[in-house]
Design a protein around this ligand. Structure first.
Ligand SMILES: [Fe+2]
Length: 354
């Protein structure tokens, strides 16, 4: 019996490998890291028999550098390895995929059942544990469960990607609005961070900034790009875009928190905005930030009928409007302060527009 509690002779152990045929690309991929080669071989056989593609390494230090090439869907890491522990490798892998947003499950294999070891594993970002010796059926059940979760997460992110791409594509058609949502998003993130918003709120405002005008997809281009004055009817149509935008994003459960920011990004602190005429603290927090960044960007951006305002002039107007009661004073003050402290950041946003 090996350390896993499985008789090695039960399986036709083959050498662990990371080369695979083109058909294997369609299989879900499991990364195994264990300094004990016999275990790699055994686990490879078990998992390949279940229809998975397996990549493996007995050298934990070389794993991070090959992750993109291997593109695993899940990792199973032994904890006790010379040179680098499974905890350390888990932390590195989780950190590495943080910016790519994809959920990447990691299972730690440990012979130690103490709760402190599990706590260390959880702190390193592990999603589940196997204690040795273990039953192969138990391994398969856990892997299937985590992969199911990953598939759902990936589908969700794909749907999100479509909406974000749509929002960017919508304004990319027009030279004058190109990049507007990304700038509003970047400015809002700076203001939110300066105000001490939670990480979740900052991530929310980043998304809300990108999506805030997606409702304009329902407005005809002739109205959207009209250079002269708008009729009352046309103004009414444009004013529907926050509600339309929130409706478009509503089916997406993962961005439900930012729907109020989309719906209320044209409200005013004094109650003079739309669509609901909310006032003061009745306006959702994220909407109060987006509205300032949105107005500032609209002023500085070039329009078919006018040049963009100089940054200082636009900041002066925001300040006057704050004093007149149009903006949440805390938000507007933070925005003006942030712009003053980060002139290069603000100028950089408009470097191709001047
Ligand atoms: Fe808008």
């Amino acid at each position: 019996m090996g350390r896993f509690g499985i008789n090695l002779m039960t399986y036709n152990a083959i050498a662990a490998k990371d080369s695979f045929s083109s058909n294997d690309y369609y299989k879900e991929c499991i990364l195994l890291v264990d300094d004990y080669v016999d275990h790699l071989e055994l686990m490879t056989v078990i998992l390949e028999q279940e229809g998975y593609r397996v990549v493996s390494s007995s050298e934990p230090k070389g794993v991070a550098g090959r992750i993109e090439e291997w593109a695993p869907d899940i990792a199973i890491l032994d904890v006790m390895m010379p040179g680098m522990s499974g905890y350390e490798l888990c932390r590195i892998l989780k950190e590495g995929c943080k910016n790519k947003t994809k959920f990447f499950p990691v299972i730690l294999v440990t012979g130690l059942a103490q709760s402190e070891d599990r706590i260390t594993g959880i702190e390193a970002g592990a999603d589940d544990f196997f204690s040795k010796p273990f039953n192969p059926k138990e391994i398969i059940v856990k892997i299937k469960s985590l992969l199911r979760l990953k598939r759902l997460q990936d589908e969700l992110e794909s749907t999100e990607d479509v909406i974000f791409t749509l929002a960017t594509a919508l304004e990319a058609k027009d030279l004058y609005t190109k990049g507007h949502s990304e700038r509003v998003s970047a400015i809002s993130v700076h203001v939110a961070a300066g105000l001490g918003f939670s990480e979740k709120e900052v991530i929310g405002i980043k998304k809300a900034g990108i999506l805030h005008d997606i409702g304009k997809i329902g407005v005809h281009e002739n109205i959207l790009h009209k250079s002269g004055g708008l009729s009352d009817e046309e103004r009414g149509i444009i004013r529907k875009h926050p509600v339309t935008g929130a409706e478009i994003c509503k089916p997406l459960y993962s961005i439900r928190h930012i729907l109020p920011a989309i719906r209320h990004h044209h409200e005013r602190w004094d109650g003079g905005g739309f669509p609901d005429g909310l006032a003061g603290y009745g306006i959702p927090l994220l909407g109060r930030v987006i509205s300032i960044a949105d107005t500032f960007d609209a002023m500085v951006s070039v329009r078919p009928y006018r040049a963009g305002f100089p940054i200082d002039r636009a900041l002066g107007i925001i300040k006057n409007e704050m004093n007149a009661g149009q903006w949440d004073p805390a938000m507007a003050s933070e925005f003006i302060k942030m712009a003053g402290c980060n002139p290069d950041f603000i100028k950089g946003l408009y470097s191709d527009k001047t």
